[in-house]
Design a protein around this ligand. Structure first.
Ligand code: TMP
Length: 211
């Protein structure tokens, strides 16, 4: 895949119930109001094939897949998403706002799932072929608060939410560690404020980093 990227690629990452999906929609509206073409999408999912894989991942017993199978399904979904949606949109000059991306695999399967980040980075490098976000917004929230919010959402997609507090605390710490290791790409956003406050933080970071 040629690296002919003209648009910008923004990802939102964070634990359960951090408010990423709401903020992704608001950010897309903000960018559109500045005259940009914006595609909003999510992982796992975003294309027909990846959404089919998503159904296998988010439903059912917590131990339905072992950590490696789960990681491979996530990465297969991501490859389809990158090849069929993200790269073509960026090449057309569109901005892509994506709810979760590769950092979620590193945090959930790599750290909390026990596979380690390095084997997953090595596996994802050829699969993603240089497709990396220009900016990652890490929406950080205490685990109990996020899980309580996710619980009231009632989407039925609760396979990951059913894992214990300890698992989700590992996910949170992993996202913070990834942000610390990648200061040029990542920015931590405090998710505990109101949606309007979080939105304002995100807009000022995006203006600062990408305009
Ligand atoms: P969502 O609730 O943000 O739509 O994400 C669905 C679940 O998938 C969420 O619990 C996090 C999990 N997930 C992973 O475990 N690894 C990944 O690579 C991705 C993208 C999501």
């Amino acid at each position: 895949m040629a690296q002919t990227q003209a648009g910008r690629f923004i990802t939102l990452e964070g634990g359960e119930g951090a408010g990423k999906s709401t903020q992704a929609r608001r950010l897309a509206d903000f960018l559109r109001a500045r005259g940009l073409d914006v595609v909003t999408t999510r992982e796992p999912g975003g294309t027909e094939g990846a959404e089919a894989i998503r159904n296998l991942l988010v439903d059912g017993a917590a131990d339905r897949w072992d950590a490696w199978t789960e990681a491979l399904l996530m990465i297969a979904a991501r490859r389809d998403h990158v090849v069929r949606l993200i790269r073509p949109a960026l090449a057309k000059g569109h901005w892509v706002v994506c709810d979760r991306f590769a950092d979620s695999t590193l945090a959930y399967q790599g750290v909390a799932g026990g596979l380690g980040m390095e084997p997953l980075k090595a596996l994802m490098a050829p699969v993603l072929d240089g497709c990396s976000p220009d900016l990652t917004l890490m929406v950080d929230l205490p685990v109990a608060e996020g899980l309580a919010r996710a619980d009231t959402r009632g989407s039925g997609e609760d396979r990951f939410e059913k894992r214990g507090l300890e698992f989700h605390e590992m996910v949170r710490q992993a996202f913070l560690a990834i942000a610390a290791d990648n200061p040029d790409r990542c920015h931590i956003i405090k998710g505990a404020g109101t949606a309007d406050e979080v939105q304002q933080d995100i807009e000022s970071i995006v203006l600062d980093r990408l305009f």
